[in-house]
Design a protein around this ligand. Structure first.
Ligand code: C5P
Length: 391
């Protein structure tokens, strides 16, 4: 059973109706062994009294910048003591203040002064949540400040409308906090490739594979949250890079191979999630090739990056080599052959019919020792965890 024993959580409560759920969340944090210091915005006090949270946390609740519950420098002292900040609920206005670096009240000052990880559970009306201004603020916090969000759920909101914006349940927020702090991959370096490679024919044409990059990006995000030092080598995709990962953008298979080789020697695992193009044009034309000559393009095979690593580390215990395989038939037979041909330790295989471009997937994971596990339909984040469990 995971616990938060020994952790000091700075829990922020801002002014939304979901503030009533923060009492239960505080209780769950305490029950799992954390010490909890609560800081509330003044608006939050309209929804739940500081007295309630004081009784549950066992500590004075801080609200006002100049009210001094603890000391003159509490907006600096409180963040220094904390291992983690958890904001639930996080309102649109609070997120906007944080995204622009404002320190206009105690809770935003404390957040600005906090250098550790922040987990926030947004809660607001659907239109406020989907408003481009809020989306931009969330993206800013995610990418520039490394915040982690517990997404709001869909359902009936306090205002009577139905849609996304309802704060995740205290139990779900607690599960995210436990997963976040379960840093079982600390000290591990993991190299992950993602997305397609693009092989240029001429200035306007190219050969590529269909790949959204979602699985590789989910792997990078989960690995980072579990404490790994992540190098994400990505072909062109339209996904925002996960925070706190080293990201290397590449285009062609040759560029991807060079980046992998530059980072894999001291890696504990290399996860080849990318859909590498099998062939590239022998040369890239400087001018646009005329249509009648297009069927004369000479193709040469790209190096098989995974097989190259399999050869290079044939007798080494690290890095662990994990590959992917998309098949149209004979999943087990093909995956077993690929484990051998490529010298991989694990092949994550799926049927083309199950290859879902959205957030869900369904795979079978084959290991070189003969073990295999079939997943049902799961999220790509869940798949990422299953793969990372093998490292
Ligand atoms: O042979 P196939 O393309 O099915 O193998 C897929 C696996 O091999 C994936 O892990 C992919 O990233 C990797 N691969 C590679 N270099 C290539 C082609 C595939 O590393 N040129």
């Amino acid at each position: 059973m995971k616990s938060l024993k020994g952790m000091h959580v700075l829990m922020g409560v801002t002014g939304g109706i979901a503030a009533y759920k923060s009492a239960e969340l505080c209780r769950l944090l305490k029950k799992s062994g954390a010490t909890v210091q609560i800081v509330m915005s003044e608006a939050a006090c309209q929804f739940i009294t500081p007295l309630t949270l004081e009784a549950l946390s066992g500590r004075p609740v801080a609200v006002q910048m100049f009210g001094r519950t603890q000391g003159a420098l509490e907006h600096i002292d409180m963040p220094t003591e904390a291992d983690l900040m958890l904001i639930a609920p996080a309102t649109a206005d609070y997120l906007a203040r944080c995204a622009t670096g404002r320190a206009s009240d105690l809770i935003s000052s404390v957040t600005l002064a906090f250098a550790g990880p922040v987990i926030a559970a947004p809660a607001m009306n659907t239109n406020m949540y989907t408003n481009p201004a809020t989306r931009r603020n969330l993206e800013t916090l995610r990418h520039y400040h490394g915040w982690h969000f517990v997404e709001p759920t869909s359902g009936e909101l306090a205002c009577g409308t139905v849609g996304q914006g309802r704060m995740a349940s205290p139990q779900d927020i607690m599960a995210e906090v436990l997963a976040f702090t379960h840093r079982d991959l600390a000290q591990k370096k993991i190299v992950i490739t993602a997305g397609p490679t693009v092989e240029d024919i001429d200035p306007v044409r190219y050969i590529s594979n269909r790949s959204s990059g979602k699985t590789g990006y989910a792997l990078a995000k989960r690995a980072q949250l579990r404490g790994a030092d992540v190098v994400l080598i990505s072909g062109p995709v339209s996904l925002a890079p996960p925070s706190n990962c080293q990201i290397i953008h590449v285009r062609s298979a040759l560029e991807m191979e060079a980046a992998v080789l530059a980072h894999c020697d001291d890696a504990d695992a290399v996860v080849m999630c990318a859909a590498v193009a099998d062939y590239r044009p022998a040369s890239k034309a400087d001018e646009k090739i005329k249509k009648p000559q297009l069927n004369q393009i000479q193709l040469v095979p790209n190096p098989d990056i995974l097989a190259g690593l399999g050869e290079k580390y044939r007798n080494a215990s690290t890095p662990k080599l994990i590959g992917f395989a998309l098949e149209t038939e004979n999943l087990k037979q093909n995956a077993t052959a690929k484990l051998q041909q490529k010298g991989a330790d694990v092949i994550v295989s799926n049927l083309a019919a199950d290859a879902l471009e959205g957030d869900m997937t369904k795979v079978t994971i084959f290991e070189s020792n003969g073990d295999f596990q079939e997943t049902g339909i799961i999220t790509k984040a869940e798949l990422a965890d299953l793969i990372l469990n093998l490292i």
